[in-house]
Design a protein around this ligand. Structure first.
Ligand code: 2BA
Length: 126
């Protein structure tokens, strides 16, 4: 509960510095993450997204919070998002006739979360 009686995230006041926490997470972690945020009364938006490299679905979670709540949000993200090892099939090279290419999958580590904390110039609920 905030000092003024409002739970965190319930109400962003217009005269406070606001940040947008943007977390790109594994699809399998997104549901639990949103639930954990809501449990602490942070409002969140889940967007379906996909990574440019793996071209697989992931989730982008947006959380608008006051400056002093950013660390609490990051702790929740960190506690609910886990790194995974995934395999990707590299693009085959351009081949000359008669050349032979044996594709084999390459292992990469994805996540737990890729997080950007952005300053918000203005926040309104209209
Ligand atoms: P993807 O682009 O599908 O990347 C998945 C994982 O593949 C990355 O995990 C990284 O381990 C590897 N990877 C990405 N690009 C690579 C490259 N050029 N060479 C070798 N390995 C590469 P994470 O770094 O944990 O990123 C997870 C997802 O977060 C990314 O999915 C992407 O959707 C997002 N992301 C990561 N960095 C970003 C950035 N700077 N800007 C925007 N989105 C980003």
């Amino acid at each position: 509960m905030a000092a003024d009686g409002w739970p965190p995230g319930t109400r962003l006041r217009h005269n406070r510095a606001v940040k947008l926490v943007t977390a790109i997470v594994h699809s399998e972690d997104a549901g639990t993450l949103v639930d954990a945020l809501l449990e602490k009364e942070f409002r969140a938006t889940r967007l379906q997204s996909s990574g440019g490299f793996l071209k697989q679905g992931n989730a982008t979670i947006l959380v608008g919070v006051e400056d002093n709540q950013v660390d609490a949000v990051l702790e929740i993200v960190s506690a609910n998002c886990h790194a995974r090892r995934q395999f990707v099939n590299p693009m085959p090279p351009i081949m000359e006739p008669g050349e032979f290419y044996m594709p084999y999958p390459v292992e990469v580590e994805v996540g737990g979360a890729t997080v950007f904390v952005l300053p918000v110039e203005r926040f309104e609920r209209l």
